[in-house]
Ligand binder design. Structure first.
Ligand code: FES
Length: 322
């Protein structure tokens, strides 16, 4: 731990909290005495500490031109690791919370594409909204948003995007949980024609968009895995983790991470996002075959490193160099 961002942690006041969709809460954060906050660019996130002590990353969803507040929309994930549940239930208006300053791993390209395609699934709308507000403020009207949620009630900012000011620029779609009713993106993405694509949402949507943009240049496709690649798989199996330095061996249960397993056995290990996106929990492994689920490591790095907050093992034992 002890990162630069942590050293610059601010205590911000929750100026407003409201529910904006089923299970989705909007928080407005500001400096205690008002005044300007550290600036951010569209696509940025902040890291907050939930009352449970867990840190969570949330994208800023307001216009980056607003200098005195941060807006985050948080989805209550009852089945998650408890950070969002604690945050949405326990953080109230008037509370003060610890916030690490904005960082951006989902930057908009500096080039001027012929058109912009935004694809958002569920709470993945948050960084996309900041991008769209940025486009509107700069008079860039050459964008189209495809925004998907299971039901209309789960759609944050639905009234805004359904309003006449977005006519012709937004497609809102609900599949009611039926894969057969998923929106067909192929006609939208079949031809790149100088476009840039920004996509944020759950794993299934990201995978589908990756599949249909395989023929696009890498530089034109931008993903933010908001939920993290960490969602447990139904067929996750237990395996053993061996610590090379002490020789200790622990069983990692099917639905418990390596990180949590080691902590339960008294090991003190750094983490931040716990969703495979920040790089804090990186470890070297020396034996075994990992099942990489992070969004941080390059293919090269995956040959010797692993993110223990989300990744697992394909082999029966994985040896970590700790
Ligand atoms: S804690 Fe962020 S990648 Fe593991």
């Amino acid at each position: 731990m002890g990162s630069d961002a942590e050293a610059r942690t601010m205590m911000l006041k929750v100026r407003h909290k409201s529910q904006i969709a089923d299970g989705v809460f909007l928080f407005e954060l500001a400096a205690n005495e008002g005044g300007e906050l550290p600036p951010f660019t569209p696509g940025s996130h902040i890291t907050v500490t939930a009352p449970s002590g867990q840190k969570r990353r949330y994208s800023l969803c307001n216009d980056a031109n607003e200098r005195e507040r941060y807006l985050i929309a948080v989805k209550q994930e009852a089945s998650g690791r408890g950070g969002s549940l604690s945050f949405t239930k326990e953080v109230m208006e008037g509370d003060t919370i610890a916030v690490e300053p904005p960082a951006n791993e989902f930057e908009m390209a500096k080039s001027e594409p012929t058109r912009l395609v935004f694809i958002a699934g569920g709470i993945g709308i948050t960084p996309i909204r900041a991008m769209i507000l940025h486009c509107l403020r700069h008079g860039k009207e050459n964008f189209k948003l495809y925004y998907f949620t299971r039901t209309p009630e789960m759609m944050a900012f639905r009234d805004e995007f359904a309003s006449s000011s977005f006519k012709g620029k937004v497609v809102l779609h609900h599949d009611n949980g039926d894969p057969d009713r998923a929106y067909d993106l192929w006609p939208v993405l079949e031809q790149q024609r100088g476009a840039h694509l920004y996509c944020c949402g759950p794993r299934g949507l990201m995978d589908a968009v990756r599949d249909v943009t395989g023929h696009w240049p890498d530089s034109a496709v931008h993903f933010e895995d908001f939920v993290g690649a960490s969602a447990p798989h139904a067929d996750d199996k237990p395996f053993e983790v061996r610590l090379a330095k002490s020789g200790r061996v622990y069983e990692v249960a099917a639905h418990v991470s390596i990180l949590d397993t080691l902590r339960r056995h008294g090991h003190v290990l750094a983490s931040s996002c716990e969703s495979g996106t920040c790089g804090t929990c990186r470890c070297r492994f020396t034996d075994g075959e990992p099942d990489h689920r992070d969004l941080v490591l390059s293919d090269d790095e995956k040959r010797h490193d692993i993110m223990i907050c989300v990744s697992r093992a394909k082999s029966s034992t994985l040896t970590l160099d700790i």
